[in-house]
Design a protein around this ligand. Structure first.
Ligand SMILES: Nc1ncnc2c1ncn2[C@@H]1O[C@H](COP(=O)(O)OP(=O)(O)OP(=O)(O)O)[C@@H](O)[C@H]1O
Length: 662
């Protein structure tokens, strides 16, 4: 599919998407995170783009949610689904589930929902999911201490493309390589021609470097895994806890990650750690060793009575000899012991190996002096040796670890994506469990809902009374105030929307018509002015076209104008919709008047109050078929008529309601 063919993707967005490694694949996999990683594409926009791609794939013209209230119901349902996701990724991914007329899309999501249904809702999986984030590209790695070299222009081009992290140098001959080796700590020659040529410095020849990049740029794999370490660990835990198959060996991944520090260096290598500490602590250890030696020597001198014969003293003074000679003559043993203690301190404090300790010996000379002083040159030489050993070891360990990680690279991305997709499934599974959902049937005219409970009600879901409601074609719904008429319309809308998303619905069983559009009109806020009234009428006239593919839910349309006119207008709309084979419910307090004005036998259902208890209506929430429900005022008048005071007045009033009710 061409990117520009996706609804909502213009030339500019397409250009941004082309920056991705595999834009078509990302859209195909509905991978919102991958699409959002394109420059300048937010996650919300990525979800819309993916939705557009789904529509294109299923040849879906869109427009299922035809009114504001229909969109609100979808938004509310989506909100409930998203609340049940752990990751932000899943929240955005859930937004790619949308109601549609496309049977193939509905089937696709239904299969996904069935899979979701099988998932265990173990809370420890959600806990692990909390730390899973989409794979991130590591910051660009640049290496300056080593380079690639070639004498060939084509190889140069290929190397700069394959190894953007490394400097690539052009050389003329082996001498050029030797020059480079003086500026870089190591050089890799890419030309076969250099094989076997003796070159000074750390130069290796590897014409097949392109086949095993990890060896030459281990930082690449290390940076990827270091950047995504927390997510990868969490994604591994998700797979283990959820008991789902992983695309790679989890033990191998976890072991390799154990060896990787957050900054991309190698962790858990004791020898490397020892060398690092030795380099860092060298100066401090030598200073302490100096103090150790001097303290010992001072104590020894203080304790000693040095007896010196006058002749000796004279001879020393005449020769201009200092105290050192005296020291050497009289305190040679003490000096040797003090220096030995200093050397031992350096060796122990830095945990030096024997060969290193031998170098350390030279830091303090055998010739007695006071105070004892380090030889800076010997310290520098030891440092150089330690640094070289450390760097050699680090490079080798890096290469080894990068080699292990490079093999896990492809699987690692899939591991994280699968964990995030699992979160999408779990959100759907939780939604279905929380709202007791069952798959709905789509087909026929009208709908049948048994034991439906709207998750949009303002009461805790456990307190929602189940509603049974079936409509054949277009019906009027009457009922007492606050009886649950609007809530019933909401329930029908929720069921229609979810069924067309391909998701189970909150009912014991449900069948809804397969429709292309849901038109849900909320109660209007009072009488409309002439202009608004005219445009509303136009909307309803348009509604009757192709109405057999529409589900129409309308709440108290009568309030748009005065009651007498309203009843006639609603009756006319009902006639047209009925004639066109639509499915719909019109909630109205004027059901009787509308029925009388209509030219066909309109079904009137009613939500009835079965009585008054403590001033509160007791309501039967499921609409009763073929019942024009009595209004709340009528019920109150009836209650008062049954009482002693002014009973005659109330009975007369009650008589005026006659003919309204059944
Ligand atoms: N199935 C139900 N289970 C529990 N409570 C419900 C149910 N249906 C409705 N209710 C409660 O009744 C209240 C009123 O419901 P709703 O607004 O749907 O009534 P209505 O008949 O449309 O009222 P009005 O005639 O004023 O428009 C709801 O806010 C809710 O608290």
């Amino acid at each position: 599919m061409d990117l520009e063919d996706v609804p909502g993707v213009g030339a500019k967005t397409a250009e941004r998407l082309r920056e991705l490694d595999d834009p078509a694949g990302a859209l195909e996999r509905e991978d919102v995170a991958a699409v959002a990683s394109a420059p300048g594409i937010s996650t919300g926009r990525a979800a819309r783009i993916v939705r557009g791609a789904i529509r294109a794939r299923h040849d879906d013209p869109g427009g299922f949610l035809a009114t504001d209230r229909a969109r609100e119901v979808y938004d509310a349902v989506l909100g409930l689904l998203q609340e049940r996701a752990t990751t932000t990724y899943a929240e955005h991914r859930l937004a790619t589930l949308y109601p549609t007329a496309s049977a193939s899309r509905i089937e696709e999501v239904a299969a996904f929902a069935e899979r979701a249904h099988e998932r265990s809702l173990d809370p420890s999986v959600a806990e692990a999911l909390a730390d899973v984030e989409p794979i991130e590209r590591p910051d660009d790695v640049t290496v300056r201490d080593r380079c690639l070299a070639t004498a060939d222009a084509e190889t140069y081009q290929a190397a700069t493309a394959a190894f953007p992290e490394l400097p690539v140098e052009i050389v003329d001959d082996a001498r050029g390589l030797a020059d480079l080796a003086r500026g870089y700590s190591s050089v890799v020659a890419l030309d076969e021609a250099f094989a076997g040529v003796a070159i000074e410095g750390d130069v290796t020849v590897d014409p097949s470097a392109f086949d095993h990049p990890a060896e030459h740029i281990p930082e690449r794999a290390l940076a990827f895994f270091a950047t995504n370490r927390a997510s990868l660990r969490a994604a591994a835990a998700v797979h283990r806890r959820a008991g789902v198959d992983a695309p790679l060996d989890l033990d191998e991944l976890e072991d390799a990650l154990d060896d990787l520090a957050a900054d991309g260096s190698v962790a858990g290598d004791e020898e490397l750690e020892r060398l690092n500490v030795a380099v860092d602590d060298l100066d401090a250890a030598v200073s302490t060793a100096e103090s150790v030696a001097n303290d010992r020597l001072r104590a020894a001198i203080e304790e000693r009575d040095v007896t010196i014969e006058g002749a000796d003293l004279l001879s020393l003074v005449e020769r201009g000899a200092g105290v050192d000679s005296l020291l050497s003559r009289e305190l040679a043993d003490e000096y040797a012991a003090a220096v030995a203690a200093a050397r031992e301190h350096v060796r122990d404090a830095l945990a030096l190996r024997n060969d290193e300790a031998e170098r350390a010996v030279r830091i303090f000379g055998d010739e007695p002096t006071y105070p004892v002083e380090r030889r800076d040159e010997a310290v520098s030489r030891l440092r150089e040796a330690l640094v070289a050993e450390r760097d050699r070891r680090a490079a080798k360990r890096k290469r080894d670890l990068a080699g292990r990680l490079a093999d896990l690279r492809a699987g690692a991305s899939v591991l994280v994506r699968d964990a995030l997709e699992l979160d999408v499934e779990l959100a759907v599974a939780r939604f279905c469990a929380d709202f007791d959902c069952t798959p709905a049937e789509r087909g026929g005219v009208g709908f049948e809902i048994e034991g439906g409970r709207s998750p949009l009600l303002d009461v805790p879901f456990d307190d929602v009374e189940p509603v049974d409601y079936a409509v054949d074609g277009v019906a009027l719904l009457s009922g007492v105030n606050s009886g649950g008429k609007t809530s019933t319309l909401d329930l029908v809308a929720v069921v229609v929307v979810l069924a067309h998303m391909g998701l189970p619905v909150p009912a014991e069983s449900a069948r809804v018509p397969a429709v292309e559009e849901l038109h849900y009109h909320a109660k209007s806020q009072g009488t409309l002015d002439a202009g608004a009234f005219e445009s509303t009428l136009r909307d309803f006239a348009a509604l009757t076209r192709g109405a057999d593919a529409k589900c129409v839910l309308v709440d108290e349309l009568e309030s748009i104008t005065e009651p007498g006119a309203s009843a006639k207008i609603v009756a006319g709309i009902l006639e047209a919709l009925h004639g066109a084979g639509a499915t719909g419910v019109f909630v109205s307090h004027l059901a009787g008047e509308i029925r009388d004005a209509a030219e066909y036998e309109v079904d009137v259902d009613g939500i009835r109050a079965v009585g008054l208890k403590d001033g509160e209506l007791v309501v039967e929430r499921s609409p009763v078929k073929d019942l024009l429900a009595r209004s709340t005022p009528e019920l109150i008048v009836e209650k008062l008529a049954g009482e002693a005071d002014d009973a005659a007045f109330y009975e007369d009033l009650l008589a005026k309601f006659d003919g309204d009710g059944p």
